[in-house]
Design a protein. Sequence first.
Length: 341
Amino acid sequence: MSAEPQTPGTASPAVFSTAEAVELAVVERSGFVESRHAGSAVVLGPEGDVVRTLGAPDKPVFPRSSMKPFQAVAVMGAGVPLEGASAVLATASHAGTPAHLSVVRKLLAQAQLTEDALRCPADWPLDAAARDDLVRAGEHRHPLYMNCSGKHAAMLLACRVNGWPTESYLDPQHPIQQHIRDTVERFTGEKVVATGIDGCGAPVHAMSLIALARGIQRIATASEGSPFALFRNAALLKNAVLADGWAIDGPGRANTVVIDELGVFAKGGAEGVMVMAAPDGTTVTLKVLDGSLRAASIVALRLLADAGALTHDDVDRVAPKLDLAVLGRGEPVGAIRASYA
């Protein structure tokens, strides 16, 4: 991890190779293994010690939306008193339901900005019913509906609170982005080795899965009674996520199911990244090398159960709600299951 930090568009350290990856999950159809997902993972015990590694978790990855908890805490640290669903939307990859959009609009109203201030790309809601309602109403793709709009609205609010320019808030050199980078490094204990542009347009910083796990665990175990504002804000965010799991993802969607059913702090990221922290602090981070998220939740939950942070019975109870069934003519004929050794 000695490489110099990179700027967007420059060469950067590559993610771990196929040779370093290990099998994490298989897709079974009618008793036949149809596909295999390889990747890397790490498990931290409640005290922060590494208790299990799979593959090469010391190699850097882009956390994608799994980095959002750090971005949300950074916004709070920049003087924005986020709480409740507003805090959760700042760290969400939301489904775009009317309830989600209402909170995003509230954040923009606090900033005295219109929806046109959002610099994330136009998109449809992830929630099928919400998307269909908009189509029937003659609406079009809009940045407000994009799953990252809550994060962007929170960044804009931080800019307004501090008198920073709003038009350039996604520039890696902008004060809010510099503050986010500093917050990432403080939580992870690791210098950023590469910076890219995420799908939503915001900077995303590469880090090892071990560093990502360390940072997420520090958020998930933070106390509102901490003498340090950084950790008080982290505790407020964690408690808000656990209280309003619907806001981080959406009803029936994986992160929300895991949060509501098991009390596990969970945040997925594009390209196969998942972070989960159990109530006792045991934390898992993983990346599926092919970029698919379909097996990420069940693998992370199984690793938490193997570590004793959850029971396998609880994981078995929740698994049917994670869209793991393999279908044939609309009926289950197999499943996606964890298969690491």
